[in-house]
Design a protein around this ligand. Structure first.
Ligand SMILES: Nc1c(/N=C/[C@@H](O)[C@H](O)[C@H](O)COP(=O)(O)O)[nH]c(=O)[nH]c1=O
Length: 362
């Protein structure tokens, strides 16, 4: 195997833990001694050992004089665990390959300096693009202290998310819907508007055959219209946070609040996406999946408050002037004012196509 192959293996292990490590990054490690893989590791959950520690433990004596491939610069500060740079030095590693540098300005380069001072060879930049792509959410969160937002929509070929009657079950295939549950597992929180709650009474939980993590449920409900019997209030499957406006009924707020349901009253009567994202950032929510509906999509898009957009498009035509469009609101008055994106990825899921896009980079 060449160096790139070892780093690819480390990247594949990092991505396997997607959704588990928040608010920490995804990290994968491979240790190689005389052409043999003697240790591997990934970071599985915040507060548990880092990837380097797992790999060094697996390598044991073989770590001495070995090469280590790390997808993110080893930490050099005492967080919840001892610094990985020190562990690498103590293990007697000879050479370190690093794919991407730590984005935290307080930390960037410190790990490398420590390693080089200890006489260890350090090479950076191997598969850097892939490693940075993998931790986009983490890098965004560190920089902005707000969640990395992915808008998800399921639409017909003519861009509808529901018929004029409001009916929407189901537009996309079972395979797409399962893919959406994988997305939910990978996100810290999922957000919908009150219209979706009233229309669909969704559970918004992760229901994968193999299990998975339920994202915290975020409901935007300016006038606190949420029905008392809504699933997100009664199923106690996972925490639900409702953002409401300053005129919301305080009796109802008290009535629905409990250990599973928190109501956050904002000072304004129109819910500001910016305020919600700031509050979610303060709660260490690193990734947010916005599942709609069309007015919510419009709010996030009009405020450019999203970093990625995933559309599942079914080979169906719903039609109808009154049918619900994927993005509501008042929309661009001129095509040249349309929100410019760039496609990241397009692939087939079941009978649908899954399109990933992001705001066009300047
Ligand atoms: N109508 C469709 C969707 N609809 C998405 C939302 O409108 C639903 O309320 C939400 O997924 C229900 O969540 P649940 O109760 O946890 O299952 N989403 C999809 O991917 N395909 C669709 O065809």
């Amino acid at each position: 195997m060449q160096e790139e192959e070892y780093m690819k293996l480390a990247l594949s292990m990092a991505i396997a833990a997607k959704g588990q490590t928040s608010p920490n990054p995804l990290v994968g490690v491979v240790i190689v001694k005389d052409g043999f893989i003697v240790g591997t590791g990934a970071h599985f959950k915040a507060g548990t050992p880092h990837a380097e520690i797992h790999a060094i433990q697996a390598a044991g004596e073989q770590a001495f004089g070995a090469d280590i491939f790390v997808t993110l610069e080893p930490c050099s500060h005492f967080g919840q665990t001892a610094p990985c740079a020190d562990a690498i030095i103590q293990a007697g590693i000879k050479r370190v390959y690093i794919a991407s540098l730590d984005p935290n300005p307080l930390v960037a380069g410190k790990g490398i300096k420590k390693l080089r001072k200890a006489g260890i060879e350090v090479e950076t930049g191997l598969l850097e693009k892939e490693a940075v792509e993998l931790n986009q959410p983490f890098f965004h969160f560190i920089k902005n202290k707000q969640p990395f937002v992915t808008i998800k929509a399921a639409t017909s070929l003519d861009g509808k998310i529901a018929a004029a009657t409001g009916d929407s079950k189901w537009i996309t295939s079972p395979e797409s819907r399962r893919d959406v549950h994988q997305l939910r597992h990978e996100h810290d929180a999922i957000l919908v508007g009150i219209h979706t709650i009233i229309q669909d009474n969704p559970r918004l939980t992760t229901r994968l055959p193999q299990g998975g993590k339920n994202p915290i449920r975020i409901i935007l409900d300016t006038h606190l219209r949420i029905p008392l019997e809504a699933n997100v209030l009664t199923d106690q499957a996972v925490k639900t946070i409702i953002y409401t406006g300053k005129d919301a009924d305080s009796d109802k707020m008290r009535k629905i609040s409990n250990e599973f349901v928190e109501v956050v009253q904002l000072v304004s009567n129109v819910i500001s996406i910016e305020d919600v994202l700031k509050d979610l950032g303060d709660r260490n929510i690193m990734t947010l999946l916005v599942e709609g509906g069309s007015e919510i999509h419009a709010s996030f898009i009009e405020e450019n408050a999203f970093q990625q957009l995933i559309f599942y498009m079914a080979p169906k035509i719903i039609g109808g002037k009154q049918a619900i469009p994927c993005v509501g609101g008042s929309g661009a008055q001129l095509v040249e004012q349309a929100n410019e994106l760039e496609f990241i990825d397009v692939n087939q899921v079941g009978s649908d196509i899954k399109i990933a896009a992001r705001p066009r980079r300047k």
